[in-house]
Design a protein around this ligand. Structure first.
Ligand code: ADP
Ligand code: MG
Length: 233
């Protein structure tokens, strides 16, 4: 059975998509069978981050009942499988998130499935928190971001889900990472990803850091996060 992670925060712009794309690509590089799903059905951008531009069939087609999950799955960089969403606003209204479990069933034989969850607190963002085996809380160090991310921790618990821990992104050397995670988020630190311009550049070209800038500080930090998640040093 695949180990399913939801990569989540109620706050937008904190690094959920970046984390999903990079953790997925690094896991795939280690030889694991990995599927990343764009669960942000109102602002789909995971596909683009992994070089899948304008795919003919998307998660939205699956959620609308017009395609099978396999038809919406593409091979991305390093062999990571990607289920991209549709970026058109019109697709959002007709997509039913309740079909997400069928996508997970299709990929249940993978080693890892990562769901990039949308921002906000709603039925559609709550569903992946309860479907996942473990939730990775992603936040930048700002107080507002941490407070919003804390809501995701609460929601996860209310829905009977499990929080694995926190990934603090865009950190500076002086950021008190463990204090922020164990304080506001009440979750153990799984990783700390430094502010790194290679992140923006890699997203712009649609490549993960592992191929675009493998020795960048953020790439190294994502590798450490993956080691923490898989228990491999
Ligand atoms: P979310 O999915 O939570 O909305 P994204 O992953 O799209 O967030 O990231 C939001 C923005 O922050 C993007 O422009 C991305 O390039 C930038 N970003 C994310 N992580 C870092 C980092 N470690 N260093 C620099 N910029 C980052
Ligand atoms: Mg995102």
């Amino acid at each position: 059975m695949a180990q399913v992670f939801a990569v989540a925060s109620a706050k937008g712009g904190v690094g959920k998509t970046t984390t999903t794309a990079n953790v997925g690509a690094i896991l795939a590089e280690t030889g694991a069978d990995v599927v990343v799903i764009d669960g942000d059905i109102s602002m789909a951008n995971l596909g683009a981050a992994l070089g899948i531009e304008s795919p003919p069939t998307t998660l939205h087609d699956v959620l609308r009942g017009d395609a099978t999950p396999s038809e919406a799955t593409y091979e991305g960089p390093g062999g990571v499988y990607v289920v991209p969403g549709d970026t058109a606003l019109s697709s959002y209204a007709s997509a039913d998130p309740a079909e997400l479990p069928s996508v997970l069933r299709t990929h249940s034989q993978a080693d890892y499935v990562l769901i990039d969850v949308g921002a906000g607190v709603s039925h559609e963002t709550g569903l992946p928190l309860s479907l996942a085996d473990e939730v990775l809380l992603v936040s930048t160090p700002e107080r507002d971001a941490l407070r919003d991310t804390e809501k995701t921790r609460q929601l996860t618990e209310e829905l009977g889900g499990t929080v694995a821990g926190a990934v603090i992104t865009r950190t500076e050397p002086s950021t008190p990472v463990s204090e922020l995670a164990t304080g506001t988020l009440a979750a153990p630190v799984l990783g700390s990803i430094p502010e790194d311009e290679a992140v923006r550049d890699s997203v712009a070209v649609g490549e993960p850091l592992s191929t675009y800038a493998p020795h960048s500080p953020a790439a190294e930090a994502y590798r450490e996060l993956v080691a923490e998640l898989t228990g491999v040093e």
